[in-house]
Design a protein around this ligand. Structure first.
Ligand code: ADP
Ligand code: ZN
Length: 517
C-alpha cells in the first residue's frame, strides 16, 4: 500500500484513518467516512483501484468538481473519466463499461439512469468499490439535501458484493444514521476524524457595533492582500453580495462576485480569476460552494448569520487549507434569527422544516455564545471536548470581563413576570425602556412601577442579557405557532423570591460584545 501511495501520489505516509479505511474496502466491507475538509478522504477511494486493477465508481454532485478531480488524476497518470448527465459522448460510456478506467466519476442522476446492462458489463470486468462523495446530500436532515441522492440505494441491487463508501465532511449523528440507512449499508466500518481546524481563529461581531461594515471589511482585507492571501465574503442574499461587491470595487479592491443568479460563464470566469489570484476577494452567496480547493484563503467573512452550523463550518473551513493561520469572522444582526419562516417556505417535508428551525437555533446560539466558539462547533458535531479555553477564538482571547448583573436580571425577570409570560422579549424590554407604544398603553403596562426603569441600557443590551438568562436556565421559551413567548422558569422564580435575601450569591454574567458601550 505504501509503495502504491508513493508511486502514484508521491506521498510517503498515510494520514490518520486512510490505511484502515482502504483495508476494510479491500475486504469488501462498507465504510462511512466522516472527516474534515482537506483531511484526505479522496485517497480512500483512489488507492483501491490502483491496487486491484478494478474500477472504482464515484458519485459526486457537481460536474465542476468531477472535472477538477479527473484532470488532476490524469496528470498523475491515473486513468480517470467522468460521466455527466448532460454529456452526450457515448465513447466514454462504452470505454467505462469495458473497465478502461481506474476511477469513474458520475452524477447521481447519471448513475440511476444507466441501463442495468452497463452495470452487469462493468461488474464482469471488475468493480472494487462504489463511493458516494458528499454523502450528506442523501439526508433531508443535512444542509444540502438532493433528492437524486435518495435513489442511489437501488444500485445496491446491481452491485451485489461491492463495498459502498459514504464520504462527507459534515455529518451530525442524525445525518450519519441517515446515510447508513439510505445506502442500505451493512454493518459498516465507521471512521470519524476530528473536526478541529487548529489553524483557524473563530470570531463573531454584532453588525450594529461597527460604524461601517464596509470600512471594517476593507481594513481586514488589506491585511491579507499584502501577504498574497485571499478573502471570501459570504452574504445571505444576492442583493447584499452585489452591494458589498460594488463598495469594494469603489474602494479600489480587486474583488469578484459569485452567486446563483449569474450565468454559468460569468461564474466560471469569476471562480477562475479567484483561483489564479487575479482577484483578492470573492464576494459570494452559498452558491460558491463545494470544490473550492484554494490553499491560500486567509480569511472567510460572513455577512449575516448562516442558516446552520454545518453551513458555517463548511464555508468558514474554506480558509487555511494550507495549514497556515487563518481567520473566520461572522457578522450578524438580530434580524438574521427571524428568518426561519422564510427558509421553511422552501421545505416540503415536516422533517426538513424541523431541521431548518433547529439548525437556525444552533447558529443563533453560536453567535450569542460567551464561551469558547471552537468548543461549541466541535461539540455540535458530536466531539467530546475536554478543554474550556482553546486560545484561538474571540471569547478565549478576550481578557474576559464579567460583572454582577443581579440588579438588571431582577428587573428583567420581574418585568417578564408582570407581563404574564404572554410575550416575547421585546415587550418587557420596551416597558423597561419606557416606551409608550399603543400596545403598552392598551395593556396598561405604562402604569407598572418598572416602566422606564431600565432606560440606561439599549434594547440590544437587554436582549443580550435575556439570551444569557435563557442559556443559564432563568428563562424558558415556548414556541406557539410562529411566535416565541418567554416566561420565567422555576430557577428564575427562585431567584426572584430570594433576591432580597443576603444569602443570595451575586449573579455574575459575562459582558458580551453587545453589552459593551
Ligand atoms: P478531502 O476530500 O478530505 O477534502 P482531499 O482528499 O482533497 O481532502 O485531500 C486534501 C489534500 O491532502 C490533497 O491535496 C491531497 O492530495 C492531500 N493528501 C491526501 N492524503 C495525503 C497523504 N497521505 N499525505 C500527504 N498529502 C495527502
Ligand atoms: Zn475558544
Amino acid at each position: 500500500m505504501e509503495s502504491t501511495l508513493k508511486k502514484w501520489f508521491g506521498y510517503s505516509a498515510f494520514r490518520p484513518y486512510q490505511k484502515e479505511i482502504i483495508k476494510e474496502v479491500l475486504k469488501g466491507i462498507d465504510c462511512l467516512v466522516v472527516m474534515a475538509t482537506g483531511s484526505g478522504k479522496s485517497l480512500c477511494y483512489q488507492i483501491p483501484p490502483l491496487l486491484t486493477g478494478k474500477t472504482a465508481v464515484v458519485i459526486s454532485p457537481l460536474l465542476s468538481l468531477m472535472q477538477d478531480q479527473v484532470m488532476s488524476l490524469k496528470q498523475r497518470g491515473i486513468k480517470a473519466e467522468y460521466l455527466g448527465s448532460t454529456q452526450k459522448d457515448s465513447t466514454a460510456q462504452s470505454n467505462a463499461e469495458s473497465g478502461q478506467f481506474h476511477i469513474l466519476y458520475m452524477t447521481p442522476e447519471k448513475a440511476c439512469s444507466l441501463p442495468s446492462k452497463f452495470w452487469t458489463n462493468l461488474l464482469e470486468v471488475g468493480v472494487c468499490l462504489f463511493a458516494v462523495d458528499e454523502a450528506h446530500c442523501i439526508s433531508d436532515w443535512g444542509h444540502d439535501f438532493r433528492k437524486e441522492y435518495k435513489q442511489l440505494d437501488k444500485l445496491r441491487g446491481f452491485l451485489l458484493n461491492v463495498p459502498f463508501i459514504g464520504l462527507t465532511a459534515t455529518a451530525t449523528q442524525k445525518v450519519r444514521m441517515d446515510i447508513i440507512r439510505s445506502l442500505n449499508m451493512n454493518d459498516p466500518y465507521i471512521a470519524i476524524g476530528s473536526f478541529d481546524r487548529e489553524n483557524l481563529f473563530y470570531g463573531v461581531k454584532p453588525l450594529g457595533r461597527c460604524l461601517s461594515f464596509v470600512d471594517e471589511l476593507i481594513g481586514e482585507i488589506s491585511k491579507y492582500v499584502a501577504s498574497a492571501g485571499s478573502t471570501i465574503i459570504y452574504c445571505s442574499t444576492v442583493k447584499d453580495a452585489e452591494q458589498i461587491f460594488q463598495s469594494l470595487l469603489d474602494a479600489g479592491i480587486k474583488a469578484g462576485i459569485y452567486h446563483g443568479q449569474m450565468g454559468g460563464t460569468a461564474r466560471e470566469k469569476s471562480h477562475r480569476m479567484f483561483i489564479r489570484d487575479e482577484l483578492h476577494v470573492m464576494v459570494a452567496t452559498v452558491a460558491f460552494g463545494m470544490g473550492i480547493d484554494k490553499p491560500n484563503v486567509r480569511c472567510v467573512i460572513h455577512y449575516g448569520c448562516p442558516k446552520s452550523l454545518e453551513f458555517y463550518y463548511q464555508e468558514s473551513g474554506r480558509c487555511g487549507r494550507d495549514g497556515l493561520p487563518s481567520i473566520c469572522w461572522l457578522y450578524y444582526t438580530r434580524s438574521d434569527f427571524a428568518k426561519a419562516d422564510f427558509y421553511c417556505g422552501e421545505a416540503p417535508t415536516v422533517n426538513q422544516r424541523k431541521a431548518i428551525m433547529e439548525s437556525l437555533m444552533s447558529a443563533q446560539r453560536y453567535c450569542m455564545l460567551a464561551t469558547c466558539r471552537r468548543k461549541c462547533l466541535l461539540e455540535y458535531f458530536g466531539e467530546k471536548i475536554t478543554f474550556t479555553n482553546c486560545g484561538s477564538c474571540d471569547n478565549c482571547t478576550n481578557s474576559k470581563k464579567e460583572r454582577d448583573m443581579s440588579r438588571e436580571a431582577l428587573l428583567l425577570l420581574s418585568c417578564i413576570q408582570s407581563c404574564g409570560g404572554r410575550w416575547g422579549l421585546n415587550m418587557p424590554i420596551d416597558i423597561l425602556r419606557g416606551s409608550r407604544s399603543k400596545k403598552i398603553v392598551d395593556n396598561h403596562f405604562d402604569k407598572l412601577s418598572l416602566h422606564g426603569i431600565g432606560r440606561e441600557y439599549s434594547s440590544n443590551w437587554w436582549k443580550a442579557l435575556g439570551d444569557q438568562l435563557m442559556t443559564s436556565g432563568y428563562l424558558k421559551e415556548r414556541h406557539c405557532d410562529k411566535y416565541r413567548t418567554i416566561s420565567v422558569s422555576p430557577i428564575g422564580m427562585n431567584f426572584l423570591h430570594t433576591s432580597t435575601s443576603e444569602y443570595q450569591p451575586p449573579l455574575v454574567l459575562p459582558i458580551t460584545s453587545e453589552m459593551v458601550d
